[in-house]
Ligand binder design. Structure first.
Ligand code: TUI
Length: 307
């Protein structure tokens, strides 16, 4: 299936993997790229040298295109932006902020820049700054989110910019992909389904929570402090929301979540860990290889689009 995004990135299918902190390391990125999509190494809150090692590792196991996601709240964001150039990364996606200050560095080095945006205003600003495409990410997504739904955000972003738009948030199968095309998207970005990929290093306990999740099993924490994060409901979110409702300070709440994503991904702590996942978790029902997932999604989407 050819689209402006498959052409731009030199990939076979219009599926991009989300740059999930702790989850999107080089094994998953390589598997998605090998299956014809665009695998992404997620810098999350990691140090720049970890990102450099991940880039070198992914190159050892795939020759296919891949990208790096720079989470802009990372304290080492400046250094990671340079590592991306030094290591010859071809595609960068960004999240949780405005990547404007890195744009000229990346564009001069020939890096394709795809900011993740959660509003029309940010999409327009990114196009003016020289973005090659944008990911329009709806509030259905896991992790740090905006407030607009994918259904409403994607067509409004498509109308507002001339660069290709990638839809994200609530997409995990061929129906979601076909629907995104109907809204004017040229590709999709998926995170939640890839958490449970065979090649994903996420702890089995976390994978099983995603597989068992129903449609209403996610909560948004941090709304009152302007840092909304979607994750699966557990003891940690109950405690967080109780304290948030009682007017707890940002510092107190941050203390509760310090290292909690690592706890969930690496240690499998599903009680005190942060189980970031999107609202589509209810549709994710089994572990599969990335190739099986991508083949299934593409077959379903192609059948629907032909119909
Ligand atoms: O970035 C994401 N999702 C993320 S980042 C992340 S790491 C984290 N861990 C713990 C707490 C908080 C974050 C987990 N999930 N998605 C892309 C995204 N970007 N969603 C929303 C935005 C966004 C928000 C504001 C993009 C730009 C923006 O602009 C604000 C500004 O600076 O003007």
């Amino acid at each position: 299936m050819k689209t402006k995004i498959t052409e731009l990135l030199g990939i076979e299918v219009p599926i991009i993997q989300g740059g999930m902190a702790w989850v999107a390391e080089y094994h998953l990125a390589a598997a998605v790229s090998e299956a014809g999509g665009l695998g992404i190494i997620g810098a999350g809150g990691a140090p720049a040298e970890w990102v450099r090692e991940q880039i070198r590792s992914v190159k050892e196991i795939t020759e296919k295109p891949f990208g790096v996601n720079l989470m802009l709240m990372n304290p080492e964001a400046d250094a990671i932006a340079r590592v991306i150039v030094e290591e010859g990364v071809q595609v960068v996606t960004t999240g949780a902020g405005n990547p404007g200050k890195y744009m000229s560095l990346w564009k001069e080095a020939g890096v394709k820049v795809i900011p993740v945006v959660a509003s029309v205003a940010m999409a327009k600003m990114m196009e003016r700054a020289g973005a090659d495409a944008v990911v329009a990410e709806g509030t259905e997504s896991g992790g740090h989110i905006g407030s607009t739904t994918t259904m409403t955000l994607v067509p409004q972003v498509v109308d507002a910019v001339t660069v290709p738009v990638i839809a994200a948030g609530g997409i995990a199968d061929g129906r979601g992909l076909a629907a995104a095309f109907m809204l004017g998207a040229e590709a999709v970005q998926m995170g939640t389904r890839f958490i449970v990929a065979r090649e994903s290093i996420v702890h089995e306990n976390y994978k099983q929570k995603v597989i068992a999740a129903k449609d209403i099993d996610s909560e948004v924490t941090g709304m009152s402090h302007g840092h909304p994060v979607r994750q699966l409901r557990n003891q940690m979110t109950r405690e967080y929301l109780k304290r948030e409702k009682a007017g707890a300070s940002l510092e107190e709440l941050e203390q509760l979540t310090l290292g909690a994503l690592r706890k969930a991904v690496v240690e499998g702590d599903t009680v005190n860990g942060t189980l970031m996942a999107g609202q589509i978790a209810g549709l994710v029902s089994k572990e599969q290889t990335c190739q099986e997932m991508i083949r299934e999604i593409m077959e379903q989407a192609e059948t629907l689009i032909k119909r």
